[in-house]
Design a protein around this ligand. Structure first.
Ligand SMILES: [Fe+2]
Length: 358
């Protein structure tokens, strides 16, 4: 399989994995041959990249950190909570909150079991509306970070619930502003910037039974360590650690996705932006705990090495985000190797990745 950015997809390519919408229905199945209609709808769905079956390349399996079914169930639940016709508060009844709690608990179990895996698949979004897949991604990424920080089960549950509901306040923002395909006016931006307080108001209801910190996460996830965030301009460790973790994973997931108003950034670019940010936006200790779980070059990426050889990324060893195991396909002269050659870039430093090829 090979990972291809959505804007490089061509008719005739064969899809390497199933793609779902937020109702859990299959939109495109593995093996389907793309035509212009499929490519257009994939772009409309905001899917930034896709795995393609390429018979000229060695095939391998890319494992997600949670099972596909758990991800789909969580997305469906996010859809129910964030998209109901009823007023936001009454959507969070006891039945839904219990369902949410058991979903988060199941995700925690799988993440603890798979803690040796790096995150490769944040780009495979099964969405027809950005917010639902994004909420689940932010939940999964935040929990992985919490596990790396050695959080107790109780802390993980609070972080998981709050991260899944962090954008609850967006349900009160008009869709025409939320999905506007262009730059927002100052006035529209001010409307969007109210979603943290709206989220707080919905979640800060002791009767709901939701973990109290969920409301704090909703309120603070756009605050920044340097004091330049909103709504309150809090700085440093006045921002709760959970809110900062959700801030980091929200930025990472949003920047690696195509949005109606801009194209996706490749994961390694966002990785390097965060790695170079020190204590500027977030407590750097939390940034590093997050980045230690991220494959900067997701499996299936085609890359050029410093030796001028062309290789495909197979997997990334835990803790070596920038140094995956690759298969060299072409030598420096552009000649295809008869047998692809495996190199673990984490075990030798002479060769590094210099460019991601599309
Ligand atoms: Fe937000």
């Amino acid at each position: 399989m090979r990972r291809i950015p959505a804007n490089s997809l061509k008719p005739g390519m064969r899809v390497g994995h199933n793609i779902f919408n937020s109702r859990g229905e299959t939109l495109i199945s593995r093996g389907v041959v793309l035509n212009n209609g499929y490519i257009e709808s994939l772009k409309r769905l905001g899917i930034p990249a896709l795995y393609i079956i390429d018979d000229s390349l060695p095939d391998f399996y890319v494992s997600d950190v949670i099972e596909e079914k758990s991800r789909l169930d969580a997305i469906k639940l996010a859809r129910t909570i964030l998209n109901g016709n009823k007023p936001a508060k009454s959507r969070l009844d006891n039945v839904i909150i219990n369902e949410l709690r058991s979903t988060v608990s199941g995700i925690i179990d799988q993440l603890i079991e798979n803690h040796n895996l790096m995150v490769n698949l944040v780009d495979i979004r099964s969405i027809d509306d950005y917010l639902f897949g994004h909420s689940v991604n932010v939940c999964v990424l935040s929990l992985i970070t919490g596990i790396s920080l050695g959080y107790s089960r109780k802390k993980l549950m609070m972080l998981g619930m709050g991260s899944l509901l962090h954008d609850m306040g967006k349900t009160l923002i008009p869709a025409c502003i939320l999905n506007k395909p262009g730059p927002l006016s100052g006035e529209e931006l001010n409307v969007i910037k109210q979603h943290p307080q709206y989220g707080y108001a919905i979640l800060d209801d002791s009767k709901s039974g939701i973990e109290a910190l969920a409301a704090i996460i909703a309120l603070q996830h756009h605050e920044r360590y340097n004091g330049e965030g909103y709504p309150k301009g809090l700085s440093g460790n006045n921002i709760h650690e959970f809110s900062q973790i959700v801030g980091i994973t929200d930025v990472f997931d949003a920047m690696t996705a195509d949005r109606v108003y801009r194209k996706a950034h490749p994961p390694f670019e966002v990785y390097e932006m965060l790695a170079g940010s020190g204590n500027y936006f977030f407590d750097y200790k939390l940034v590093l705990a997050f980045l230690g779980n991220i494959a900067a070059y997701p499996a299936g990426s085609l890359v050029r090495l410093s030796s001028d050889e062309i290789a495909i990324v197979v997997e990334t060893p835990k803790g070596f985000s920038l140094y995956p195991i690759v298969k060299i396909l072409y030598d420096a002269g552009g000649n295809k190797l008869a047998e692809p050659l495996d190199i673990d870039l984490s075990q030798q430093k002479e060769k590094t990745i210099v460019k991601v090829l599309s």
